[in-house]
Design a protein around this ligand. Structure first.
Ligand code: 5GP
Ligand code: ZN
Length: 115
């Protein structure tokens, strides 16, 4: 599916907006969150424009799984003793950028439940 020239994360994928890229392959781009909530806070996005994780899961279970395996790779590389992966889906869940993205958080003790 095409990228959307109006979308912030599509523009990061295209290199039009700078980001701290930590991993890139054909299907996944990962970059540091601009407002990190933990010492590791990486966003992993599919290289196709899809609004949220629910739509991505229906469109491509394979790419959905690739986001998780890329997150695990980063967590292992960094030697994180624990980490959290999550998608916010919909404004009521806290989604603010409507290009599906997997948050990878780690490097500190994480409280549960989230707010
Ligand atoms: P959401 O609230 O949609 O689940 O997560 C969006 C995330 O994108 C937030 O954690 C926010 O800090 C991050 N973010 C927003 N704008 C930018 C940006 O321009 N660059 C980067 N690297 N992250 C951004
Ligand atoms: Zn997009």
């Amino acid at each position: 599916m095409a990228l959307d020239s109006q979308c912030l994360f599509c523009r990061i994928i295209l290199g039009e907006i700078p980001a701290d890229i930590v991993l890139r392959n054909d299907n996944v781009v990962a970059f540091n969150d601009i407002n990190p909530q933990a010492p590791t806070h990486v966003l992993l996005v599919p290289t196709l424009h899809v609004e949220n994780a629910a739509e991505l899961a229906q469109l491509s279970p394979t790419i959905t799984a690739e986001l998780f395996s890329a997150a695990a790779e980063i967590a292992t590389q960094r030697g994180l003793s624990g980490h959290r992966t999550l998608f916010n889906t919909g404004a009521d869940a806290g989604q603010s950028v409507f290009h599906a993205h997997l948050h990878l958080l780690g490097g500190r003790a994480l409280a549960w439940p989230p707010g």
